[in-house]
Design a protein around this ligand. Structure first.
Ligand SMILES: Cc1cc2nc3c(=O)[nH]c(=O)nc-3n(C[C@H](O)[C@H](O)[C@H](O)COP(=O)(O)OP(=O)(O)OC[C@H]3O[C@@H](n4cnc5c(N)ncnc54)[C@H](O)[C@@H]3O)c2cc1C
Length: 321
């Protein structure tokens, strides 16, 4: 597994590091793990300027959006960027709009703004349901959709949903703009198809048809926790049977997973018990979680199947009205 992911999981489980939220910690921890390395701060006012900075500064330059993943990593010295390029002043990266039939969500749109969007509530309600399961209101007021999907943290909730929705990521770098499917973006823990000089500017979604079913089922130990396992389902029905289905899985491998065999297993069915069991088994078969404070690898794999079955049942019920 990627070293950063292992260290982050270690830090999450460490009582000493967990105790840092407003409590006393030993001086050795404060000094060694809680002070970020030094960096230069940049606040560009246009995307062109931001891309220029990212391509001209050294390889350790990183963009910062809400900072709710990056700053904790910097405090633990799991990330030590020498330059931080703040995207906060780039108003062109904000907002949710409809464009030529697609929904376009600016990368700097906060999770709170996703929850508040009437357009999303009407056309892609799974985003609202998922955003409400991320962290807590404080984090959601600042954390952005772009920050959640860009860096390839397999614990983040939105990437699996984007795979389920077959979203397109819009990236801008020195060579201009390009688009890549969310399904092709994730290569490993914190490893993605984005080039070092590219900034994610927007996420484009072809909204599922009216009357579709959706659900995001997330098992977590407590409010604000990352998923033990989670599943996103988007499906359509034809004459009462499943006509199309896509399933994304969160935090049960080094990347979010598209559970294609599980989705295929339910097409043509009315989600009878045997079909559900086949879909759950197919989801478990592709899950490759590691043991952590959330449970053993075996338990977390099993939960991938359980979350898949629950999300399917709820999505189906919503589609049948
Ligand atoms: C207590 C707590 C609990 C949390 N629980 C959850 C949870 O349950 N589920 C969940 O999904 N998330 C959770 N998070 C993470 C939170 O949702 C983050 O805010 C979010 O994942 C990252 O968004 P950000 O805007 O803060 O990104 P930042 O922290 O600013 O950036 C994260 C990474 O993405 C890169 N990046 C950011 N924006 C762009 C861009 N536009 N283009 C290219 N690269 C970019 C940065 O360089 C950095 O590497 C939690 C965070 C905290 C602090």
């Amino acid at each position: 597994m990627h070293r950063v992911l292992m260290l982050r999981r270690e830090a999450e489980e460490s009582p000493a590091l967990r105790s840092t939220a407003g409590k006393r910690v030993g001086p050795e921890i404060r000094e060694a793990r809680l002070i970020p390395g030094s960096f230069e701060y940049h606040r560009p006012t246009s995307l062109t300027q931001a891309v220029g900075l990212l391509s001209s500064l050294d390889v350790d330059a990183r963009v910062i959006a809400g900072g709710h993943s990056l700053i904790p990593m910097m405090k633990l010295r799991l990330a030590t960027p020498s330059h931080l390029i703040d995207l906060a002043a780039l108003s062109e990266l904000g907002g949710v709009r409809e464009e030529g039939g697609a929904i376009v969500i600016g990368a700097m749109t906060t999770q709170h703004a996703l929850i508040a969007s009437e357009l999303l509530a009407a056309r892609a309600p799974i985003l609202r349901e998922t955003a409400l399961l991320i962290a807590d209101p404080q984090v959601r007021y600042v954390g952005t959709l772009g920050g959640n999907v860009a860096n390839g943290d397999p614990g983040n909730d939105m990437p699996a949903v984007m795979m389920g929705l077959d979203a397109i990521y819009v990236l801008t770098g020195r060579a201009g703009e390009r688009r890549i499917e969310a399904r092709a973006y994730y290569q490993g823990a914190y490893a993605t198809a984005a080039a070092p000089d590219e900034i994610l500017t927007a996420i484009r979604i072809a909204p599922p048809p009216a009357g579709h079913g959706w659900a995001y089922e997330k098992l977590k130990r407590k409010v604000g926790d990352y998923a033990t396992a989670a599943a996103a389902v988007v499906l359509t029905l034809d004459k009462g049977a499943v006509a199309s289905c896509a399933i994304g899985l969160t935090n049960v491998a080094d990347t979010p997973l598209l559970a294609q065999a599980a989705a295929q297993a339910v097409v043509g069915s009315t989600l009878d018990k045997a079909t559900l069991a086949r879909a759950a088994a197919a989801a478990e078969a592709i899950a490759a979680p590691v043991a952590d404070g959330r449970g053993s690898a075996e338990y977390r794999r099993k939960m991938a199947g359980v979350m898949t079955a629950r999300a399917l049942v709820r999505a189906f019920a919503r589609a049948t009205g």
